[in-house]
Structure formats: C-alpha cells, structure tokens
Design a protein around this ligand. Structure first.
Ligand code: SAH
Ligand code: TYD
Length: 406
C-alpha cells in the first residue's frame, strides 16, 4: 500500500486512471515511440486528510527548458495576479526594504508588479524557457527547484522575506516537508507565506477530475494544509476562496503565534466537515461521479459524430490530457485542439495524439461543436467567442455536468 507523503500512514487509492502521459508533454509525430507513461492513481489519507497521487514522474520530466505552460496566455489570470500583488503590497511590505520571493514564478506574471515598484524580489522558476521570459522583462529570477537548501541560500544572499508567494505550484511538489522547512527559514518573524491551489472541495463538488494529472501531486484542503505546516512550527492564519482554475483556495501561513487566525479559517474548516471532506465515503462518491461523467461525455461525442457533426477542442490545457486519455478521446471524435500557445501548436496532444492547431484554424472554419477543455476560462472565452455563437456554434462542457450550451 502507498504511504502518505505527509504523515506516512498507509492508504488505498480510491481511483485509478490507468496509464497517463505527461500532461504538458505535447509531442511531435516522430516522438510518439518514446512517449513516457505512468500509472495514475489517487488516494485519500484518513489520518491527515491529504488527497494525493500514489506516483509522480521525475520532476525533470515535467519542468524543463520546453515547459509548455506560459502563465500569461490568459488575460484574466494577468488581472488576477495584479490584484494578488497589490494586496500583498498593501498588507505585508511596510518594512523599510521589503523582500518578496515567489516560488514557481513562471513568465513573471505576478512578480512584474513588484519589479515595477522597484521592490526587492526574487522568482524561483526551474523551467528555463518560461524563466527566460521573466528575465527578459527585468524580473530577478533563478532557474532552480525550491527546497530547504535553496531557502538557506536565499537567506544567506538576501536576508529573510516579508512575503513568500506561490500560485499553482505547492500542489506540484511531492517533497513538501523540505518546502515547509524552507519557508520556516525564509520568513521574517512577521512574514507570511501566501499560496493558492485548486481547492479539493471544488473538485469534489464539481467532479472536476481533470485537475488530477501528473503535475498535481496533492489536492489540498484546510485540514491537510494546516496539519502539514503545523508539523513545522507554522500556522494557517487566513484563507480566501478564489474563482481561478475552477475554484481555488488562497492560504496564508505564518510562524506559529505570529498572527491570530481569522474567522474564515474556522468557517471553512466547518464547511469542510459539513461536506464530508474527512470521510472516505466522499471519495467513493467522487469515483462514481467521475465514472458517470466519462460515460456521458463519450456517449455525447459519439452521438454527435454519428450525426456528422464536427467537434474541435478549445484549449490544449494540461487538464485535457486527463480527459482525452481517461475517456479514450482520439482524433476520430475531436478533429483538433485549438490553442493560442505557440509551443503547443503543430504538436500532438499527450497520449491521445489529437493535433494542436493555432487559434485561427478554429476562428476561420468554425466547427459545429467546441469541446471546452479550458472551462476554467469560460467567462473570458465566451466574451471573445460571440462570433462562434452567432454562426450557430455550440459548446460542450463536462464541468460540473456533461452538457451542451450556446
Ligand atoms: N505560478 C504560475 C505558474 C504555475 S505552473 C501560475 O499560477 O500561473 C507551475 C510552475 O511551478 C511551473 O512554472 C514549474 O516550472 C514550477 N515548479 C515546479 N516545481 C517547482 C519547485 N520545486 N520550485 C519552484 N517552482 C517549481
Ligand atoms: P489553463 O486552463 O490555464 O491551464 P492548465 O489546465 O494547463 O493548468 O490553460 C489554458 C490553455 O488554454 C492554454 O494552453 C492557453 C489556452 N487558451 C486558449 O487557447 N484561448 C484562450 O482564450 C484562453 C483563455 C486559453
């Protein structure tokens, strides 16, 4: 039986997705023979509440000089990180020469707002291609993986930080004890660590199982997060739900006793209990909902194809890799996936090998149906796809339920 990476208790997986490729491993046709797969299973640790994969590919297979996810492809996310940065500046950078660190800073989408203020900052971004984009924008960035040893080095060279930030990165790192020790070392006595990640309660409630893929080792709740950081003399002092990535939670962590925890912590802990996030039965139900969602999506796509409809995928998201592989969606069902990211275009989607094409191929020859793989950006996408709707195009979604809409 696998062991919990946080508390070392044994746990049983509640679902297996079978063999999965690297979610961001878009490939050229000639690379098909060497494609890497791993067994993707998820389990729930009854002791500390952590939901987690049982296996993750080596980090160098996912985060490297050809990493396909560029944060700045969404305008909404750019606004989100601008607000996040302003909030940190208002609340936590009042010291005489504040220092802010971001873990997994990608192309600099958030740190740019600290660089513009000429505030001391440091981005830590192991994927070299996206780190290079940030460096070119004048954002101080080092291309390394964050852990305790790196935190020690940062403190030696820069002193401790007023704020350490991280978005959609903590859930990617299996060695969280080393990360937590690093945070403990890095924070000034009143410093805060603010991070956000997809929230387990949203995944359960919306059956958004496409959040489960290689990079996402953990699926956090207040219960599991406070347990982890308490093991290292750190305390969860605030939480704030976010609409990003289909429902996320921002956690504020500080040295034990440095701040009084906000009422939101108590409120959301109670909500988690009411939703049964601490009960194995919740995850049995999640598995049943996932299996039903798959059956319904496959039926719908097959029926539409039998009716001669053209279906194109919208957004070659990492999440879509879970959907296409778990549901067995191949190019006979979905003709191609439209995506605005140059590094993904002209390649095949991981595992399912659906061609990824530039957005113009969608907009100049609308299909009958667009399968909304980037459902978390629905608002932004609907606003700009009025033309598709007016041309009679329909959308297919699978979150929270399999359905079509105009
Ligand atoms: N924060 C950005 C990027 C999220 S994608 C956003 O929310 O849009 C996850 C990022 O974490 C990738 O750029 C990846 O290279 C980086 N990453 C993965 N493991 C890391 C580690 N151990 N330390 C720092 N960054 C890491
Ligand atoms: P996202 O949902 O942010 O990421 P992931 O599942 O990988 O975490 O990815 C959005 C993808 O969708 C990205 O490849 C860019 C693409 N995209 C478009 O093609 N058009 C759009 O209008 C938007 C918002 C995103």
């Amino acid at each position: 039986m696998p062991k919990c990476l946080i508390c070392e208790s044994s746990f049983a997986p509640f679902i297996s997705f079978g063999q999965m490729p690297i979610a961001n491993g878009f490939l050229r046709p000639e690379e098909r023979a060497e494609e890497y797969f791993f067994q993707m299973e998820v389990g729930f640790c009854e002791r500390c509440g952590m939901v987690q994969l049982t296996e993750q590919p080596a980090r160098e297979k996912m985060f490297h000089e050809n990493y396909a996810f560029y944060s700045s492809t969404s305008r909404y996310m750019a606004q989100h990180f601008e607000k996040f940065a302003k909030d940190v500046q208002e609340k936590y950078t009042s010291s005489s020469d504040p220092f802010v660190v971001e873990i997994g800073s990608n192309d600099g989408i958030m740190l740019t707002h600290f660089a513009q203020q000429k505030m001391r900052h440091l981005g830590i971004e192991p994927s070299k291609n996206v780190a290079k984009v940030a460096l070119e924008k004048g954002i101080n960035t080092i291309s390394e993986f964050f852990d305790e040893a790196l935190a020690e080095k940062i403190v030696r060279e820069n002193g401790q930080a007023d704020a350490v930030l991280s978005a959609n990165v903590m859930c990617h790192i299996p060695y969280l004890h080393s990360v937590a020790k690093g945070i403990k070392r890095l924070l000034k006595p009143k410093g805060v660590f603010q991070f956000e990640d997809p929230y387990l309660a949203d995944i359960v409630e919306k059956t958004s199982y496409d959040q489960i893929y290689d990079e996402h080792y953990f699926y956090f709740s207040l219960q599991s997060v406070s347990h982890l950081f308490a093991m290292h003399g750190l305390e969860l002092v605030d939480v704030a739900p976010q609409v990003t990535h289909g429902g996320s939670m921002r956690y504020t962590i500080a040295h034990q006793g440095a701040y009084t925890p906000s009422p939101a912590v108590t409120e959301f802990r109670a909500k988690e209990k009411a939703h049964g996030l601490h009960l194995p039965a919740t995850y049995d139900r999640l598995r049943q909902n996932i299996e039903r969602s798959r059956a319904e999506l496959v039926d719908l796509l097959k029926r539409l194809r039998q009716e001669g409809k053209r279906i194109v995928g919208y957004g070659a998201t990492s999440k879509s890799t879970t959907i296409t592989n778990y549901c067995g969606i191949t190019p006979d069902l979905v003709e191609f996936i439209s995506d605005t990211t140059p590094i993904k275009q002209g390649k095949l989607s991981p595992g399912a090998h659906i061609p990824v094409r530039p957005y113009t191929e969608f907009s100049t020859n609308y299909p009958d149906y667009a399968l909304l793989f980037a459902w978390n950006h629905a608002q932004e996408i609907m606003a700009k796809e009025e033309g598709f709707r007016l041309a009679g195009g329909k959308w297919i979604t699978y979150v929270p339920q399999v359905s079509t809409f105009e």
